[in-house]
Structure formats: C-alpha cells, structure tokens
Ligand binder design. Structure first.
Ligand code: ARG
Length: 278
C-alpha cells in the first residue's frame, strides 16, 4: 500500500467516525427534547403516583356530585372509566371539578392531566388537544317545563324561544344550526340551567339525552321532549395534551379493554342507579 492510499483510508475512517458521532448526538438530543416535552405526561404521572382528571360534575350520569356516607363525592360513568385508566397505569386518581368551559385551558396548562366530561371531539377542539377513541355515543334533546307540554309538538315550535345551553359546549352550535332564530342563554353549570328552566327563566335546555333523562327523573317539574338533534361529531372522548402520545395510547388501550368487556354499558347503568337511589 502506498502512503497516499493509506492516507486516503485514514481520512475516510475519520470522516465515517465523525459522521457517526454527530448523528449519535443528534439522536440523543432529539430524545432529550422529546422527554422534556413529555413532562406532565406518562413518565411524570407514573413518578408522582397520581393522575389528575379534569371534569365538570354537573352532567349525570356522566359525572355528578353525590353524598356517600355523609360526604360529597364525584361519581358517574366517566369517573368509573377514569378510575380504570388510573388503575391500568398503576396510579391514584385525583379529580378536579370545574366549569365545562374552563376544562381545555386547564389541560393545556397542565393543571390537569386528562379530561373526561362527556366531551365531544369536534374539529375546533381537535386543533387544541388530542382525543382518544370515542367511548360513548348519545343524541341531544330539549328539556322543557312540564307545564309547557302543550306548547311544543315539534322543533318548529321552538322558533325564537330562549334556549339554555352550557357555556363552551357544542349544544350552543346545535341550537343555532337546528332551531330557527333561537335566543341563547349560556350558563357555566347545567345544574343552574335546570333551575332556570324550573323557574321559567328559559324556555328549554338543550343537553345530551341521558343527561336530560337523569334530570327529569329527579325533577317532577321537568319533561323530556322526543326531539332529536343530529350531531356529526357525535360521541364522547378523553382529551389529553397534544404530543402526549404515550398517555393517549395507554388511555386507548384501557378504553378498548372496557368496550370489549362490555364495562362501559355496565358503568352507565350503575351511574344511573346511583343517581336514582340517592
Ligand atoms: N357533549 C357536549 C360538548 O362536548 C357537552 C358536554 C358537557 N359536559 C359536562 N360535563 N357538563 O360540548
């Protein structure tokens, strides 16, 4: 081998080595960036031993307040699902109750780790957060005061009426799109909307059908119409922060298991029973 060939070989080796070191570093940096982004996520949750759920507990049978042995508790089928997610992750569940309209802001600032609140994964929200597979489907309907039954035969009779909706919920859009020239009153809590309905301050409240049914069973003055509203985005899903793939994957796994075991239907029945026997 001539000296020249030797030099070329050595130079080549050096180049390969340098390239390897640089790509190696690059890879490592990428991994670090990813790990940092995932703070507040699966790793952090597991390390802290708890996962924080954001919900709006005014929505029976999804989530609601109930007195258990003299103590206020938040229960419902969303809560049962959240418990299963926590169990599968091997951590405790902590619940933060707030107004529905504030949930995604708290999720995005990591004040909560995930949201279950009968939340519909609509296009606008999908730009802000990521959603699990849909775990439950429901239609929407109007609840009215029993004394008004004769006034309303169909959706056309609600033209120009004052419709109560939850602030930040998709029911506001549904009302605007599917009722003619409605007036809208948006309140933070569904519980208060139902009070307004009882006292004649709104003409009707638009909610998911199982929720309307639950309130009607508890309140003799209320009545559920048989009007059904279409909802293309339909269904409830769990929300997590964008880029939180590992957590989302774990949540989807739990949901898949619960669906396969017919557990979700069971949780819905149990939540309704709890509500009725309170
Ligand atoms: N499904 C509707 C939405 O996503 C209403 C959900 C209200 N949930 C609640 N817990 N209050 O906008």
């Amino acid at each position: 081998m001539t000296k020249k060939t030797k030099n070329i070989i050595i130079l080549g080796l050096i180049m390969i080595l340098t390239a390897t070191i640089f790509t190696g570093c690059g890879q490592k940096n990428m991994d670090n960036v990813k790990a940092e982004e995932n703070q507040g996520t699966l790793e952090k949750i597991k390390a802290s031993g708890k996962i924080i759920l954001g919900t709006s507990a005014d929505y029976p049978p999804y989530e609601f307040h109930m007195e258990v042995n003299g103590k206020d508790k938040i229960v419902g089928f969303d809560i049962a699902i959240a418990e299963e997610i926590a169990k599968d992750l091997g951590v405790e569940l902590e619940i933060k109750d707030m107004e529905f309209g504030g949930l995604l802001a708290d999720l995005k600032t990591n004040k909560v780790d995930f949201v279950l609140a009968g939340m519909t994964p609509d296009a606008e929200r999908m730009l802000e957060v990521d959603f699990s597979t849909i775990y439950y489907n429901a239609e929407h309907t109007l609840i009215i005061n029993k004394k008004d039954i004769d006034k309303y035969a169909g959706v056309n009779d609600f033209k120009g009426k004052l419709i109560g909706v939850q602030r930040g919920a998709i029911q506001e859009d549904i009302a605007k799109e599917q009722i003619e020239t409605p007036q809208i009153k948006a309140l933070g809590k569904v519980t208060n909307l139902m009070l307004e309905l009882k006292t004649g301050k709104v003409d009707a409240v638009l909610v998911e059908e199982p929720v309307g049914a639950a309130y009607v069973r508890k309140n003799d003055e209320l009545y559920m119409t048989n009007i059904v509203f279409k909802d293309e985005d339909g269904g409830s899903a769990v929300a997590v922060n964008k880029g939180n793939e590992e957590l989302l994957e774990a949540i989807n796994k739990t949901i898949e298991r619960l669906i396969n075991e017919n557990k979700i239907d069971q949780f819905v029945i149990e939540a309704n029973d709890m509500m009725d026997n309170e």
